[in-house]
Design a protein around this ligand. Structure first.
Ligand SMILES: O=C(O)C[C@H]1C=CC(=O)O1
Length: 96
């Protein structure tokens, strides 16, 4: 099942730089692993914002929730989720 997810990162302005750098490095490592595994299908920066638009491929909403909660930056993100289903006019056979 595909989900469109928008994540907006809001790190506290008083967070020590080393802590922010560690969180971002850990986030990057997990994000790249999930992309290699096929769970995190798309990851796009929203131009001009510390935010992204992503597409996750997971079995259900619970699996998406569990995945998002694992993200190191989760406590510092606003997250909006939209469940996706196949568009009848789509020419992409692999849309799910
Ligand atoms: O930078 C972001 O948009 C937040 C988060 C998502 C992937 C990643 O590496 O960091």
């Amino acid at each position: 099942m595909l989900f469109h997810v928008r994540m907006t990162v809001k790190l506290p302005t008083d967070m020590p730089a080393e802590q922010a750098a560690r969180l971002k490095a850990d986030e990057r490592e997990l994000a790249q692993r999930l992309q290699r595994e096929g769970t995190w299908r798309h990851l796009w920066r929203i131009a001009g914002l510390y935010a992204n638009v992503s597409v996750f491929d997971v079995p259900d909403a619970q699996a998406l929730h569990d995945t998002l909660m694992q993200l190191p930056l989760y406590p510092y993100m606003e997250i909006e989720v939209m469940a996706l289903c196949r568009h009848p006019s789509s020419v992409h056979a692999d849309d799910r």
